[in-house]
Design a binder for this molecule. Structure first.
Ligand SMILES: Cc1cc2nc3c(=O)[nH]c(=O)nc-3n(C[C@H](O)[C@H](O)[C@H](O)COP(=O)(O)OP(=O)(O)OC[C@H]3O[C@@H](n4cnc5c(N)ncnc54)[C@H](O)[C@@H]3O)c2cc1C
Length: 454
């Protein structure tokens, strides 16, 4: 039976980030993921690296500051994956905020970034319309302008994984589901199933870490781990709109009547719109946008962009994710107000469970676990190793001009980027937005030729 020092269950951003941290510190680690890497919540986010300007309202200053520091770090470390973009928050005569309140909030946002953000500004109504011509001019008072990061969420996780796997002490398998964990004298025996071959494997580990996000409350009791539910699950959906659907030079932040924000972010030759915040009433692993979710977002868009006359025809595709928010005492709060702080649980001496938080702060959250485990294994923890640039880039960039795809490139991607299925290739390695069932070809290559490689 193979022996490891740490087994990580779950290969989203938190699993990949932790694997990298442990691997760079020389810890023999195995990560097991039931689907493709980063195919769940970590591919269903709003794809922003941000402090979260709206969390200022909740007085979550610590979270905002930490997230801004991380955002600015990743903008430097991975300039091919993370980009700074200008965001415009329009104010109307019916808006909840007055211009002076917004100005104060934007100043605080820049202050909490230690003025590493590009500086904010306030725009007149005319300047606002120049930047976002599709906006409704009626009652427009102007807009606040600030800067945040956009990221290909799946790719950043994948590049963390590739970086980790350059260390001989790290291994990872996708489409491998953990089905039992058994405590013993040496730690834990972990049993997992290869979901393609149905083969069962057992390994021994000293430490067990769960980075299973929204799946945790269901999974841990099934594995016999003492656990009481900790999550307030919250579903969020997004739309990819056709690139001409809305005229906007930058990203737009829309405040809603139910006290939320909806982002409109031009990217990847398309426009990303999201998100919603509703309780979960579906199978989390196959979560989808419903008609009701889509209608809600279209309603908000049509309120702010009446001339655009957006409807189902404007939509290329949709996706959904589930936020693994940690439940709080204040049960009466709306989901939108549940804090984005994370928590680390220890249901057993050598078992760690990471919940909550944001994509943006994954490095800090996983570091808290690594800095505890590494010394307990007898090694010296080196905290700065994760601040080095990632060493293996994806072959196909997400943003900017893509090189012409050849079959040789696809073969190389499959060989070097841990692709198992056609869907992995389309959605997360090539970052194609169209639904695979609508594809006639794959970036100019015959569909049949690409499918024959699997
Ligand atoms: C709608 C929405 C918008 C968001 N927008 C942002 C944003 O713009 N910026 C930001 O910073 N954060 C954002 N977030 C938060 C962010 O996406 C999450 O915090 C983050 O992706 C959580 O990552 P994770 O690795 O914990 O979970 P996941 O990515 O869900 O990974 C958990 C993994 O565990 C695997 N798993 C489950 N059971 C097993 C098993 N038995 N064996 C093996 N593997 C298993 C699953 O397959 C899954 O891949 C958003 C979240 C949502 C839902």
């Amino acid at each position: 039976m193979n022996e490891y020092e740490v087994v990580i269950v779950g290969g989203g951003i938190n699993g990949c980030g932790l694997l990298r941290d442990l691997a760079l510190n020389g810890v023999k680690t195995l990560m097991l993921e039931k689907g493709d890497y980063s195919s769940q919540t970590s591919n269903g986010s709003s794809k922003m690296l941000h402090g979260g300007i709206r969390y200022l309202e909740n007085f979550d200053f610590g979270l905002v500051q930490e997230a801004l520091e991380e955002k600015n770090l990743w903008l430097k470390l991975t300039p091919h994956l993370c980009f700074e973009r200008d965001f415009y928050l329009p104010l109307y005569n019916y808006s909840k905020y007055r211009p002076f309140m917004l100005k104060a909030g934007l100043f605080l946002y820049d202050f909490l970034s230690h003025f590493q953000n590009r500086p904010h500004g306030m725009l007149s109504p005319q300047e606002t319309i120049e930047k976002v011509p599709s906006l409704d001019e009626r009652g427009l008072l102007g807009a606040g302008k600030y800067f945040d990061g956009v990221v290909d969420d799946a790719k950043l996780s994948l590049e963390c994984l590739y970086d980790a796997l350059l260390e001989p002490c790290a291994s990872a398998f996708s489409y491998h589901e953990v089905i039992t964990t058994q405590k013993n004298q040496k730690g834990y025996e972990v049993t997992y199933k290869n979901l393609k071959t149905q083969n069962i494997t057992k390994v021994q580990t000293k430490f067990l870490v769960f980075t299973t996000g929204p799946f945790t409350d269901k999974l841990l009791p099934e594995l016999g781990i003492p656990w009481s539910p900790q999550l307030a699950l919250s579903k969020g959906i997004h739309l990819w709109l056709k690139k001409d659907a809305i005229k906007a030079q930058g990203s737009v932040v829309l405040t809603t009547r139910d006290n939320r924000v909806v982002f409109v972010i031009p990217q990847r030759d398309s426009i990303l719109v999201g998100t919603t915040e509703t309780p979960v009433d579906q199978d989390i692993f196959n979560i989808k946008a419903t008609e009701k979710d889509i209608t809600y977002l279209l309603m908000i868009l049509n309120q702010y962009f009446p001339e655009a006359k957006l409807n189902e025809e404007s939509i290329i595709s949709t996706f959904a994710g589930v936020r693994p928010l940690v439940r709080e005492e204040r049960q009466d709060e709306s989901l939108g107000k549940v804090s984005r702080f994370h928590k680390i649980f220890r249901p057993d001496k050598n078992t760690y469970v990471l919940l909550g938080g944001k994509y943006t702060t994954f490095r800090r959250m996983t570091q808290e676990i690594a800095q505890e485990i590494v010394p307990r294994l007898g090694y010296r923890y080196q905290p700065n190793l994760t601040m080095n640039p990632l060493r293996q880039k994806s072959i196909m960039p997400t943003f900017g001009d893509k090189p012409k795809l050849t079959l040789e490139m696809v073969k190389k991607i499959i060989q070097t980027e841990r692709v198992s299925t056609f869907e992995d290739l389309i959605h997360r390695r090539l970052s194609i937005i169209e639904r695979p069932d609508q594809l006639n070809d794959v970036m100019g290559l015959p569909l049949a030729d690409v499918k024959s490689l699997f």
